[in-house]
Design a protein around this ligand. Sequence first.
Ligand code: MTE
Ligand code: MO
Length: 357
Amino acid sequence: SEAVSISASRSGLIIREKEPANLEFPFASLTPVTPTNEFFVRTHFPIPAISAKDWTLTVDGEVEQELVLTYDDLLRLPSVTAPVLLECAGNGRAQLVPKAKGLLWDTGAVGTAEWTGVPLSAVLEKAGVKKGAVDVILQGADKGEVDDPKSPGVVHFERSLPLAKAMRPEVFLAYKMNGKDLTPDHGFPVRAIVGGWYGMASVKWLTHVTVTAAPFEGFWQSLEYAYWKRERERPTLTAVTEVQVKAQIARPALSEAVPGGKPYRVFGAAWSGESDVVRVEVSTDGKTWSEATLLGESVPFAWRLWAFQWNVPEATGQYRVMARATDTKGHTQPVKHDSDRRTYMINFAFAVEVEVV
Ligand code: MTE
Ligand code: MO
């Protein structure tokens, strides 16, 4: 299949890389649901052109019965619709010191869209998962050359989930985003949505689901999107999975001019992968923290917007505004990045510098 180029209506996004397409959402434009044409785009290879009528999903490996589903087959199965957050594991990389390699995402490689699709569990139950199965590999149609010492050459984009996660209701095969068919850059015709995990697990242009009897060690989880996990001081490269707790400030934006002597509404979003945010705190002096107001209701796997009234001092000059979130598991954002995480899972609380005028 030939590659499609990104659509023209991209003026709202920051281009981090043109080909393959890597586009960032300007986080200052935060709204409860991110519109599709403002949703960040992360690709590793050219976007594959797939027509819905030619698309099939093969379900194989450790199953009682192999399945080949068409697009119409999938649409006939009971569907769910839910807002789910996607955050790239490298979101915030531009904040790292020293300067990191890789795409230098600022704070906009994150979004919450409303996705519609079929729970992966329904498809796996139809195929009948054999006893002893451990992983479920999700493979996309896109492929290209990677620098993998174990298997050099051309690979597909693919990622596995442990069977237990694959069976969870927040994991589904999505064919709609914000009420419309997926766009080519977000995975048309069908992509995985893996609620609670960083974006790399939400495989786009999904064509193969393979159940395995042994843990999968693909490139995209053992070399890329992997971090150093220490067990008894021995570091092992381990797949990146759950989204870490984080609050991000949308307003004020970096270098924004804030009027002195008036209240200012600090505004942002907070999230935590498989947990819920219970508290967001804001600091405007680098020493004291005050609780922000959480807006709306808590929705599992989506972000929560928050606001804080900052009574801006009269004194002009540079101020540093910070936010930090805490989740139901009691996790709070760290003060600095742990280098064992390499350039992933970046959730330390950093300051937005603004100018009081
Ligand atoms: N799926 C395929 N097939 N190819 C990819 O390059 N990128 C992943 C994931 N799914 C990718 C993919 C990464 S790293 C992220 S963060 C999300 O898609 C981004 O989804 P989006 O482009 O819809 O925002
Ligand atoms: Mo990503």
